[in-house]
Design a protein around this ligand. Sequence first.
Ligand SMILES: Cc1cc2nc3c(=O)[nH]c(=O)nc-3n(C[C@H](O)[C@H](O)[C@H](O)COP(=O)(O)O)c2cc1C
Length: 183
Amino acid sequence: MEVLALQGSPRLSGNTQTLLNAFLGGLPSEAQIHRYNVSKLNVHPCTSCYACKNLGRCVISDDMKLLYPALAKHPLVIIATPIYFYGFSAQLKAVVDRCQTFWNNPQTRIDSRTSVLLLTGGAADKSRAGRDAVESCARIFCECIGAPLKHTLAALGTDANPAVEQQELLTQAAILAKELSAN
Ligand SMILES: Cc1cc2nc3c(=O)[nH]c(=O)nc-3n(C[C@H](O)[C@H](O)[C@H](O)COP(=O)(O)O)c2cc1C
């Protein structure tokens, strides 16, 4: 099984990476993991030029050329992001907006795949407002790429309780990965 993992935090040893590591660690050894730290890529924000609508493809030349084929076809897509002001990290949001081309050209993607959202947030978020806001953005994005969002796991309250200490959740992430790879 090919798995695309987009890690949206610029902190390469932070909470989001920890949660993503736990998830990927649950995949079988034969899984082919295509993992990207998005902050290390050169991805320009969408300029709303509408080339994707008029020409059928994005005309900005940058590292999205690595991600477009993977976003279009890998059966399992993992979106890992810290909550930034109730949204994705800016680095990940640039990737998300550049996927407007899949919205305009749905024939360029394979449908009926699966996405998983891995979230981390500093606040305890008792009202779930932060988690729900990011999840609803992720839901529309995952629809757009043809891999509807099936699961969300959230390490919240990381200011007081870093993800590395949320052992139960990390175990849950590994179990979810194992289950998804068995399907
Ligand atoms: C710019 C910025 C905005 C943030 N906004 C929120 C927020 O709205 N809600 C929240 O719970 N945490 C917020 N946080 C905290 C991060 O989500 C939290 O520390 C997260 O675990 C960081 O993950 P990382 O260690 O992978 O970078 C914010 C952090 C930054 C830097």
